[in-house]
Design a protein around this ligand. Sequence first.
Ligand code: NAD
Ligand code: ZN
Length: 352
Amino acid sequence: MVPRVVYGRGSFDDLAEILSPRRRAEDAPFVFLVDSVFGASPLSARIPLQYADRIIFVDTTFEPKTEQVDVLRDEIREAHALRLSGIVGIGGGSTLDLAKAVALMLTHAGSSADYQGWDLIRNKGVYHVGIPTLSGTGAEVSRTAVLTGPTKKLGLNSDFTLFDQVVLDPELTANAPADQRFYTGMDCYIHCIESLTGTYLNAFSQSYGEQALALCREIFLHRSNWDPDSDEKLMMASWHGGMSIAYAQVGVAHAMSYGLSYVLGIKHGLGNCIAFDQLEEFYPQGVHAFKEMVQQHAIRIPQNVTAALSDAEFDAMIDVSLGLTPLWENALGKDWRQIATPEKLRRLYERM
Ligand code: NAD
Ligand code: ZN
C-alpha cells in the first residue's frame, strides 16, 4: 500500500512542507515530471521549486513507452548522477506511470523493457510522489507502471513501484475535458465491474470494489452535471477501485483494450469504453448501466475503429490480448481458453 497520503481541496499547496524532510541536500534536487498540458498553467506556477529543483514537461499524446522512460532516466542521471531527492509526477495515469518507472529505472541498469513483468524490479527506486490531475486509473495507488515496449504493453509490477507519497487534491481535476474525464472515470467503473465479477474476488477486493462502484454510479448514473463534489468522489472512487484490483484482477475489457492500444494506439480509458460497449455477454448488468451513463453524459464512443485492419493486425491484437492470462482466468475461470478462442476475439474486435 502507499504508505503516505494527503487528501483535500488545496492540499497541493502543502507540497513544499511534504517534500522538505525528504530533501537530501541543497544540491540534490527534486525533479517534477509534469504533463505538458500544464505547460503555461497556474498549476505549474504553484510548484514549489527550491535550489536546483526542476520541472520536465512530458508529452502524454501517447501512453508511456519504455524508450521514453529510458531517455528521461538517462537525461536525469546525466544531469544529477544519483544526487537526487526524488521524482514528483503531476498528471493523469500516463504521467504517474512515467514518474514511477523513471524513479525505478534510476536505480536499475539497462532498459525498462527488461523489467516489464512481475517482480523483476528488485531494488527500491528513488523517492517518488504522485499527484493525480485526472481520476480513474488508480495509478496513484497501484503497484504497476504500465509501459508499451518493443514487444509488449506490460507494466513494471513490483512492491517497489508504489508511490512513497500521494497528494490527492480534487481541485486539480476540475478543469479536465469532460470526455476525457468520462473515459478515465469509466476505467475506474470497469475496474470495479471486472474485479467484482471475477473468479479472483476476495473480501479485501470486494470491500473496496463495492465502495468505488457505488461512488461511480452516484457520479455518472444519478447525475448529469459535474460539480466539485463529483471531483472529490471520483478521486476516492479511483483510489478504491485501484485497491480493489490490487488483490484481484481486471478482466475481458482490459484484456481487449490492451490489444486496441498496442495495435491502434488507442488510449487506455477510451479503449476500455470501446471494448466494454461490446461485452454485454460477459458483463450484462455492467454494460447496461455503462450505456445509460454514456447517454446521460452525452459522450460519443467511437465505432468501427477496427474496420480498416488487416488480418495480420487483427492477429497481433488477438495475441496481445490472449497473452494476458491472469485477466482471462479471473474473468472466465481456469478453462478460459475454451471460451476466449482467437476466433471469438476476432468477432468481438470486428464489432468494436
Ligand atoms: P492520461 O494521463 O493519458 O491523460 C489523458 C489526457 O488528459 C492527456 O491529454 C492529458 O494531457 C490530459 N489531462 C490530464 N489531466 C488534465 C487536467 N486536469 N486538465 C486538462 N487535461 C488533463 O489519461 P489517464 O486515463 O489518466 O491515464 C491513462 C494511462 O494510465 C495509460 O497509459 C494507462 O496504461 C495507464 N494506467 C495505469 C494504471 C496503473 O495501475 N498504473 C491503471 C490504469 C491505467
Ligand atoms: Zn484500467
